[in-house]
Design a protein around this ligand. Sequence first.
Ligand SMILES: Nc1nc2c(c(=O)[nH]1)N[C@H]1C(S)=C(S)[C@@H](COP(=O)(O)OP(=O)(O)OC[C@H]3O[C@@H](n4cnc5c(=O)[nH]c(N)nc54)[C@H](O)[C@@H]3O)O[C@H]1N2
Ligand SMILES: Nc1nc2c(c(=O)[nH]1)N[C@H]1C(S)=C(S)[C@@H](COP(=O)(O)OP(=O)(O)OC[C@H]3O[C@@H](n4cnc5c(=O)[nH]c(N)nc54)[C@H](O)[C@@H]3O)O[C@H]1N2
Ligand code: SF4
Ligand SMILES: [Mo]
Length: 704
Amino acid sequence: MDELKVVKSSCRMCHGGCGALVHVKDGDVVKVTGDPDSPMNKGRLCPKGAASIELLHHPDRLKYPMRRLGARGEGRWERISWDEALDSIVVKLKEIIEDLGAESIGIGQGTGRRHFDYVVRFANALGTPNWCEPGCAQCFIPRLNANMLTLGMPFVPDYFGEVHPQYVLAWGHNPLVTGPDGEIQFTLRDSIERGSKLIVVDPRLSETAQKAEIWLQLRPGTDDALALSMLNVMITEELYDREFVEEWTSGFDQLSERVERYTPEWAEEITWVPADQIRLAARTFAQAKPATLDWGVAFEHTPNCFQTARAIAMLPVLTGNIDVPGGLITGMLPMGIFPYLAERLSEDARAKRLGADEFKVLGANGVSLPMPAAHIPAMLKAMRTGEPYPVKAFLIFGSNPLVTYANPREVLESLAALDLLVVMDIFMTPTAEMADIVLPAATWLEADGVQGYPIAVDVHVFAQQRVVRLWESRQDEEVMIELARRLGLEAGTEPLEEILDRRLKGLGLSFEQLKDRGSVSVPLAYRKYEQMKMFLTPSGKVELYSSVLEGLGYDPLPYYEEPPESPLSTPELLEDYPLILITGGRVPYFFHSEHRQVPKLRRRHPDPIVQVHPETAGRLGITEGDWIWIETRRGKIRQKASLTEGIDPRVVHVEHGWWFPEEESPEHGVWTSNANLLTDNGPPYDPAMGTYQLRALLCRVYKT
Ligand SMILES: Nc1nc2c(c(=O)[nH]1)N[C@H]1C(S)=C(S)[C@@H](COP(=O)(O)OP(=O)(O)OC[C@H]3O[C@@H](n4cnc5c(=O)[nH]c(N)nc54)[C@H](O)[C@@H]3O)O[C@H]1N2
Ligand SMILES: Nc1nc2c(c(=O)[nH]1)N[C@H]1C(S)=C(S)[C@@H](COP(=O)(O)OP(=O)(O)OC[C@H]3O[C@@H](n4cnc5c(=O)[nH]c(N)nc54)[C@H](O)[C@@H]3O)O[C@H]1N2
Ligand code: SF4
Ligand SMILES: [Mo]
């Protein structure tokens, strides 16, 4: 019998960020605990992290590569070898490249996984501009790009230094549950314990809103109006940091002129938030020193998201909370930029990116980000119709589009039209059931990687290490490298370890050395713009008036726009659909469509829950625990009612990500409770990002 060995790694049941101790005996993992030495989680794990081992050993995992038998989506499979799987994929890809060009191959991936950058790299090496992720237009990238354009760098709340924020403005965000992008839920929790107070902007009394000093319960989808009116208060009441604004920003006068019309009284009508509350929040935030912004995904689910992100980003700018202790901090970036191989993608290929002509900030055009992405609705259309050119193959590395993309019926139709669908996943999902070939993916306990946290700022760099390998699973990066080799590509073929070592060079470490240490931290440096004597924007200032947006033909200043389906935009729908629908507020036990098959987690949250105000429920004869229909113009689903005073009587909230692994193959109940049967992926989109509307829609609810 082997000795018990304890290995340092980093959990990846979400976007990651928690240091973990993996206890290994006789070649298998026997326990996973939080690493007490980890600067991020200090020994703690959330329920998902604590269930890692159940996921690892789950009997329903995909164990071998498989090829479909019979018709697509019939649910019959045969086991094949990795060689057979990879060779048959390569044969088909070569055929497509020869006939139509590499752009006819689409590559999909899910949200912020360990292998995120490698997918972009593989697409570049292959020569296709058409990779996508359900988050590119809908999650994180709008915020990231708004930061890049306005400030020249990504910024995150400083929960990591000696000074803690006096106030945290949590906007459309429930970080005590979600803690995305390696900010993890524990960092805010610790900050609250050290005395931080909260202002929370959320239509629901979320776990985070429950801790708030000031809770702004806005009408869903009106974040732009609220942010603009807070800017109005800060400017008209001269609450801004005059010195910072004068020295380090450009366009303040134009901004002042723009927001003049957006008074708190104007905003009250639109947002439902009383004008005096808006004033209180703006004054409190402006007078707190330091104060930080912790923003979330909620406003990226409506089509004015980019200008909304710009407006919200200006709140900490005007109050001088940029790159100061306890405010917002920016990149140490000790690993430099990932080797994306962007130079491999020809101008010609770049121009063919689906959506590139229309959505100029969805990716790199005009913005210094090396990861342009395809527009998902355009990609689906190319699969279905061959317009503007056909997409014939789709390789998915860890995403579940039938559940997580808007309009899953159209997704199904699009996937069904492909010549080749490959899905690499840990489980047989409803999407994987549509594939020609499925590939078994390694869980985080079976994979090597390095990741800086918080993502895009990299204060702490963690190793994730492969401690076991069950069945025939492989990690996604290895598969992409192997495909590149078999396709005879000129780049993207080096072994993974070589890239991991290269990434750590600037830190003076090899991957082997980082594995021993678990993580390294870089000292925090503040006010880097003073040393550089500039922000990394074209004018060298924080661009309140964005020269880049102006150059691209967009409004250089933020503005208000109603969501396309709302009580104000489509009042004619109110008679049939009188309630406002929000979808996808996260729950602690699942990550999107994952983990419904993990008993320890599912027991804690067995059913999809729709939240309804008791007054609304009473009127409709709905009682606690009833299964009810939620219906929009596009479809209807069932979820189980939970009555709560913590939501406005005019608003209901459904969970996203639901399918039922325990139900019959191949559908696994994907059409029963899937929130995206209610959403739409059609226009109008955010003009800069191509964002579609996942929240703030109109619906009705009734008993089943
Ligand atoms: N209505 C509505 N829809 C939404 C949202 C919402 O709020 N409301 N949120 C949106 C947002 S913000 C996002 S980011 C997207 C997320 O969308 P997705 O990323 O598509 O969501 P997941 O359910 O996480 O899908 C990931 C799949 O990858 C598998 N997987 C996990 N780890 C690995 C791995 O290492 N390798 C491989 N190959 N597979 C792996 C999982 O088993 C799962 O099947 O959903 C979006 N959809
Ligand atoms: N446990 C768990 N953690 C996760 C995930 C998960 O699936 N499960 N997903 C990860 C991913 S990819 C993401 S993007 C993040 C998302 O994490 P967050 O950014 O925290 O987003 P959500 O929980 O979707 O929504 C946050 C809050 O927004 C509110 N909201 C809804 N509509 C609006 C609106 O119009 N305006 C405003 N201001 N608020 C609104 C909701 O009521 C909710 O409480 O979480 C990450 N972490
Ligand atoms: S917050 Fe994320 S990284 Fe931390 S334990 Fe939970 S799942 Fe793992
Ligand atoms: Mo996301």
